[in-house]
Design a protein around this ligand. Structure first.
Ligand code: SF4
Length: 345
């Protein structure tokens, strides 16, 4: 029906849904709906219904009525993926539609050991973040977590303020601090901070004597609760990069650069999934272990293989995510753990 109509396309970074907004040029609610979508960088198309000629108005209006079985249309009228609709403008409903909440909401993972109040700030795409969560789970340490890359700008800003307040080094500005933040980022008792994941550092921190091998983490079922949540929160558009595409890409990079891919199959799978997710979100392979600015120009140094991979591999034997290894490090068979962030402030 609407293929013959000329919609105005508003480009936005968030392209998770196919959105068509029907508005009236005279309507305050319609204006607020347009402003909301623009302010949240949501990609959508819109049509000023009242500016069309009578025949086209009838065509659009009757088509929508029939499709959604409605007697009367109200504006703004938002059509989602050509199958659902939202009538009128109510900020909370729009926020709910796009998975935005105005509160910083952590998810609790219960554990027998409640000695500390732990908040884990993670990226849904990051292998080390998943290892950190596994570590806490395996030791039955109760914690709360939040995936920072799945938050709206508004909530992310609020959260960043809180973290900076707790952990900021006086010499660093807010932007410098956040750019340098290493994920996973653990805040204990609202005071102490621990950036990155290193099994021994965690053991020392939590005073754990038990010897665990890194490989033990790999035997867990990949369909963890938070991964299900992640899948629910990000509804990826069809026809984008697949895991197989990313597999070929990582193999090609490793071959071209003379590197090896990690032999930790679980980590490899997690990082490939993370790269695939990021490509489908942003249109480029943003590093799965760093928080993207979601603007290609600003993220260009962290597009995989990132600018820091080579110096990190030369110095530590592997890249920041632990995906690519030098041949020597690979041959030595040592496990990888978090390394310092080389990205400049
Ligand atoms: S090369 Fe860089 S971007 Fe790619 S996985 Fe490693 S650290 Fe991340």
């Amino acid at each position: 029906m609407s293929s013959e109509i000329e919609y105005i396309h508003e480009l936005g970074e968030n392209r998770n849904c196919n959105l068509k907004l029907y508005v009236l040029s005279t309507c305050g609610h319609c204006h607020r709906a347009l402003t909301f979508l623009r302010n949240h960088s949501i990609d959508f198309k819109y049509l000023y219904v009242d500016l069309l000629d009578r025949e086209t108005i009838r065509y659009v209006r009757d088509g929508l009525r029939e499709k959604f079985n409605m007697k009367r249309l109200k504006y703004p009228f938002l059509v989602i993926n050509d199958e659902k609709y939202l009538v009128g403008f109510d900020e909370e409903s729009y926020k709910a539609l796009f998975g935005m909440t105005s509160e910083v909401e952590y998810t609790l993972v219960p554990g027998e050991n409640k000695s500390w109040k732990i908040k884990l700030h993670a990226l849904s795409t990051c292998g080390f973040c998943k290892l950190a969560m596994e570590f806490l789970r395996n030791h039955s340490i109760e914690f709360e977590y939040i995936f920072c890359d799945l938050l709206s700008r508004e909530v992310a800003d609020k959260l960043n303020e809180e973290i900076i307040e707790i952990c900021k080094e006086p010499s660093k500005s807010k932007d410098e601090f956040m750019r340098q933040a290493r994920f996973p980022f653990l805040v204990v008792e609202g005071r102490k901070c621990l950036g990155g994941f290193n099994e021994n550092t965690y053991k020392e921190f939590f005073n754990i004597q038990v010897t665990l091998k890194t490989e033990d983490f790999g035997k867990k079922d990949l369909l963890l609760e938070e991964e299900k949540i992640m899948t629910k929160k990000i509804s990826l558009p069809k026809g984008k990069k697949t895991l197989e595409d990313t597999k070929l890409f990582t193999e090609m990079v490793a071959k071209h650069q003379g590197w090896e891919l990690t032999r930790d199959e679980t980590l490899l799978q997690i990082l490939r999934e993370g790269l695939t997710t990021n490509w489908n979100r942003y249109g480029y392979f943003s590093c799965p272990c760093r928080l993207a600015d979601e603007i290609r120009e600003m993220d260009k140094d962290i597009i995989c293989p990132c600018e820091y991979a080579k110096p990190d591999i030369d110095e530590f034997g592997y890249c920041y995510c632990g995906l690519y290894l030098s041949k020597e490090f690979f041959a030595a068979g040592k496990p990888t753990s978090s390394i310092p962030e080389r990205r400049p402030e």
